[in-house]
Design a protein around this ligand. Structure first.
Ligand SMILES: Nc1nc2c(c(=O)[nH]1)N[C@H]1C(S)=C(S)[C@@H](COP(=O)(O)OP(=O)(O)OC[C@H]3O[C@@H](n4cnc5c(=O)[nH]c(N)nc54)[C@H](O)[C@@H]3O)O[C@H]1N2
Ligand SMILES: Nc1nc2c(c(=O)[nH]1)N[C@H]1C(S)=C(S)[C@@H](COP(=O)(O)OP(=O)(O)OC[C@H]3O[C@@H](n4cnc5c(=O)[nH]c(N)nc54)[C@H](O)[C@@H]3O)O[C@H]1N2
Ligand code: SF4
Ligand SMILES: [Mo]
Length: 686
């Protein structure tokens, strides 16, 4: 029996645990106490993170589709077919989707494969659906798009303001730090359309209509300025454009009474929140998808930055903008350049010096130095301009359940000439592929991943992959060799890839596997081998060239689709603690699946009564994009006028209903608000 320390493959918190291996088989998860992130504790997903690994459904051989059916193939047959096809397309006709589920090394190799082998600029991944607004919004405000604090730091806050994050269910071990702060006397404010598990611990709950976020922040800021509670010294020394912000937030539209009308939050509660945020001495704001997944996602993020600069809550312990990154390695996938506009370390592809640097490092001509398509662009182009994009290579993503407006997604993917999917299970997306490649999962390979607090940590191989499955990094090496790029992909281990990452990525330059052995690992930026890493950003100055933070005045705009007489309610979507996204892993974990075996739609009792709908009754939810039948959950915990569905379940897929309207800059879809009608189903005669 052996214990292998590794990092949790689920959320961006980055907890560590031991995998327990007996006779070469994974038998369980045991605590690893030395991690400063989770100190030996894990949430239910961590507890059962071994269960899906040995599932009989794991992909074990490559599959090639012949006459509409998958046939098992050898790796050589699969590689030969893929190489032949890839060589037959122009670079512009091909695109790659990388993955926030796989390691840094593997993300680095996919963007290198796209840019150096396929020579296409089109590479992106699910950060687009997630924190694209954060990357753009915080880069605008602070010069860097990452969470400003470390997780442990949250416990030192005197006030924690959580908006658009169900922290206790989606980042449970960050929720633990919030409770530690509360036990030391911090006030907890929770703003959300739903009284979630997180909300139930709050000292002040602000329930509101999805999509009202900018109005709420402007209202809070007006109240702070009216009372002279702003941090004048911080504004003066560390920021610019305060006057522009003031001109907008002081407008009569953003008086507490008017914001109360827009948002549904009582004015007196907004006033209390403003006072607590401004006067606590150390307020941390935690946010996640409730803020980012809107056509105004970037505006929402910039509003969070505005209020923290206004009150001087940055660069000190217990303060900051905690943008909670979702997937285990979404931070790393972005850092590694699996984005259409940057190489690793956010080095812009349009800057000729950066392109030259990468061309020299990789020893081959690269894709044209222009910004490629985003995930959302790719789907729109496929569906609406057939013949432009012909070939897609998807690793570790399942857009057939996770992208908005699934009928539109399916239309797009069916327009492809050639689709390769590399996954650990035969997903809804893989079903549409021409070739499926079986990948090893986290427990079966070495690598690193980067958590929401920019902490880079190790995965360690505990068991062998099933059948002929291989680590993603190994697949890229072998496929590149078949395409004639053996010299560019010479890696014999994940560590060799990491050495190259450190060479070309300034923020990772001081890191090595040896240095990552310490339980606390390293936070980037870590520019040199003797640099201790950087847990808190923006202590003395912001990352803009002049060192100043930038206020952005923002007007509130409603969601792209608002309720009307045909679709009278708001639909918002999200997650529950037991399931993970499209369920490929958690639905194959007996312990997790049994807790939440199918989907539901939350409806306020007043709305349900008006429709004659009872708890647990199956109803039809209809939007302009499609309809699904789903059991109702009638609960006072959701605001009247709003409904909520988790998107984990293919049998009642929320994304059949969602709107693919995009934020104009970040191109993130509006998963958090569209208009819906709930219909009672005809009674079935017994
Ligand atoms: N168990 C579990 N944990 C996960 C995941 C998972 O699938 N399962 N996924 C991971 C990933 S990738 C991510 S990105 C994170 C996401 O983590 P969260 O963002 O915390 O999760 P969500 O459920 O998407 O949405 C958060 C909250 O936003 C609220 N909300 C809805 N509409 C609005 C609105 O208009 N404004 C505001 N302010 N709030 C609104 C919802 O009611 C919900 O409580 O979770 C990560 N952790
Ligand atoms: N309605 C609605 N839709 C949403 C959201 C929402 O809040 N509401 N949230 C959005 C957000 S924030 C996100 S992050 C996306 C997530 O969207 P996706 O990333 O598409 O969802 P996952 O189910 O996590 O898909 C990851 C895939 O990776 C595979 N995988 C796991 N490990 C490995 C590995 O080591 N190698 C390989 N090759 N594959 C692996 C899994 O089997 C799975 O098929 O969903 C988005 N969609
Ligand atoms: S909080 Fe996140 S990282 Fe920690 S055990 Fe749970 S899912 Fe894993
Ligand atoms: Mo996410």
């Amino acid at each position: 029996m052996k214990y292998v320390q590794t990092t949790c493959p689920y959320c961006g918190t980055g907890c560590s645990f031991n995998l327990v291996v007996a006779d070469g088989k994974l038998t369980g998860v045991a605590p690893y106490h030395r991690s400063p992130v989770n100190e030996g504790k894990v949430c239910p997903k961590g507890t059962y993170a071994h269960e899906f690994v040995g599932s009989p459904d794991r992909l074990k051989t490559p599959l090639i589709k012949k006459d509409g059916k998958f046939v098992a193939a050898t790796w050589d047959e699969a590689y030969d077919l893929i190489a032949k096809k890839f060589k037959s397309y122009k670079p512009e006709e091909m695109a790659c989707l990388s993955s926030a589920r796989v390691s840094n090394e593997e993300n680095y190799l996919m963007q290198k494969f796209a840019r150096a082998v396929l020579k296409t600029p089109h590479v992106d991944h699910c950060a687009r659906l997630c924190h694209a607004s954060t990357v753009v919004g915080l880069a605008g405000a602070f010069g860097s798009g990452a969470m400003t604090q470390s997780i442990g730091d949250i416990a030192d806050a005197k006030c924690v303001f959580i908006i658009g994050s169900n922290t206790f269910e989606q980042h449970p071990l960050i929720g633990r730090r919030v409770m530690q702060a509360k036990m030391k006397g911090a006030k907890l404010i929770y703003a959300d359309p739903r009284l979630t598990a997180t909300g139930k611990q709050a000292d002040l709950f602000l329930p509101f209509y999805s999509g009202a976020d900018v109005a709420i922040f402007n209202g809070l800021m007006q109240q702070i300025i009216r009372n002279g509670w702003e941090n004048k010294e911080f504004i003066e020394k560390r920021t610019k454009d305060f006057d522009k912000l003031k001109a907008v937030v002081m407008k009569p539209e953003y008086s507490l009474d008017n914001v109360a009308k827009i948002s549904g939050i009582p004015a007196k509660d907004l006033a209390t929140a403003a006072e607590w945020i401004a006067k606590s001495g150390a307020t941390a704001i935690l946010y996640s998808m409730g803020i980012t997944q809107h056509t105004t996602g970037v505006d929402n993020v910039k509003s969070v930055a505005n209020i923290q600069m206004l009150t001087g809550n940055l660069g000190r312990p217990g303060t900051g903008v905690c943008a909670l990154r979702g997937q285990n390695n979404v931070q790393g996938a972005c850092d590694m350049g699996a984005l259409p506009n940057v190489y690793s370390g956010y080095q812009a592809v349009i800057v000729p010096d950066n392109k030259k640097k990468m061309t020299d490092a990789w020893g081959t001509e690269l894709a044209e130095g222009k910004v490629g398509y985003t995930v959302t662009d790719m789907i729109n182009i496929l569906a609406d301009k057939p013949g432009t994009l012909k070939c897609l290579y998807i690793m570790g993503e399942n857009p057939m359940l996770s992208d908005p407006d699934l009928h539109h997604v399916e239309k797009g993917l069916r327009n492809l000439e050639f689709l390769v999917v590399q996954d650990i299970f035969l997903t809804e997306t893989a079903e549409l592929a021409n070739v499926v490649l079986p990948a090893a999962c986290y427990a079966e390979k070495d690598g690193t991943q980067t958590s929401t607090e920019r902490r880079v940590q190790r995965w360690r191989k505990a068991v062998n992959p099933p059948g002929q499955a291989k680590a993603d990094w190994q697949i890229f090496g072998e496929l590149a060799a078949k395409m004639g790029f053996a010299k560019q992909f010479p890696y014999k281990s994940a560590e060799e890839v990491f050495v190259e990452v450190a060479k070309v990525t300034p923020s990772y330059a001081g890191m090595s596997y040896a240095r990552l052995e310490k339980p606390e690992a390293l936070h980037w930026p870590c520019p040199t081998a003797d640099h201790p890493g950087t847990p808190i950003l923006h202590k003395e100055k912001f990352a803009h060239p002049d060192g100043l933070g930038v206020f952005t005045p923002l007007e509130w705009k409603p969601a792209a689709e608002v309720p009307d007489k045909d679709y009278p309610l708001i639909l918002t979507t999200g997650r529950c603690i037991w399931q993970w996204h499209t369920g490929t892993m958690t639905r194959r974990s007996v312990s997790l699946e049994s807790e939440a075996p199918t989907g539901w739609i939350e409806i306020n009792p007043e709305d349900a009564n008006a429709l004659g709908i009872k708890d647990k009754e199956k109803v039809r939810a209809v939007t302009r994009r499609g309809q699904v039948e789903v059991p109702a959950r009638v609960t006072k915990d959701i605001k009247k006028g709003v409904t909520f569905m988790p998107f984990h379940y293919k049998e009642c897929a929320a994304n059949v209903l969602t709107n693919n309207a995009l934020d104009p800059v970040a191109k993130i879809p509006e998963f958090k608000a569209c208009a819906v009608r709930i219909e009672k189903l005809p009674e079935v005669k017994k």
